[in-house]
Design a protein. Sequence first.
Length: 268
Amino acid sequence: MNQQDFDAHVLRIKLEGYTVLSGQLTDKECQEAKWQLERLADETHDYSIGGINNLFNKARIFERIYQLPDLLRVIRYFLGEDAVLSGAYGSIRRPGSSGGGLHSDGSQTGHNRALAEADNDQRITSHVLGLNVIFCVSDFTKTNGATYLVPGSFQYDSFRPPDAPVPGQRIVEASCGSVLVFNFNTWHGPSENQSQDTRYAVLSPWRRQWIRPENELSRLVAPDVLERAGENGKKIFGISALPPYLEGWQWDRASGGPKPDWEHLRRF
Ligand SMILES: O=C(O)CCC(=O)C(=O)O
């Protein structure tokens, strides 16, 4: 991505709360991802978002979600060099799937989980604390259940969206292989699938390293997956962000564990 394109994506996220990076996955990769999502759904018989989770551990194709330099550049611009992946979910929306309500993220483990009484129902909007990254594994169209969102809503300080339809809400259309990136304070949701086609996606939320992730990926990531991710993986899976459970001088921050002399104190 050249500097001009990068600047345009950054500006869109700053102004509207979202952007679309096209051509991040090839058609062949999308086909493989679809096939793997169907396989996993068959195995678990669970089509809910929680049903197909931690995808990077389940097929090599899903390791691509944190290997794309243009995407990482945008994520790290907003969330810092040590931004962490917070989950990797599969989403299969069959013809006839009803739409989901507008919501913002961060309400399970993040900054919107339990606002304090003194917050007066106002969420933090001054900085980008998290980005949701949705891989369009099939085309996202006006009728097949594509994500809809309210541009600019990330700036609105109320945690609760007004009743739908909210003025300005729009369905994001994007071709297969594109990635929708949005500030997780942006009100969004899946739209109704009125088409004859299934909509496939991979949802991969990212957070600042000091925000609790949706899943403790530093513990969940499989050793071979982490190994393949190399040095970058320690940041992405939050390993270098782990708070020490030993004294600071006994702790190796980069590897998220005891220094060699204190290996016998490692907790598993
Ligand atoms: O599946 C979609 O289009 C939206 C997903 C969503 O609402 C979320 O990730 O919070």
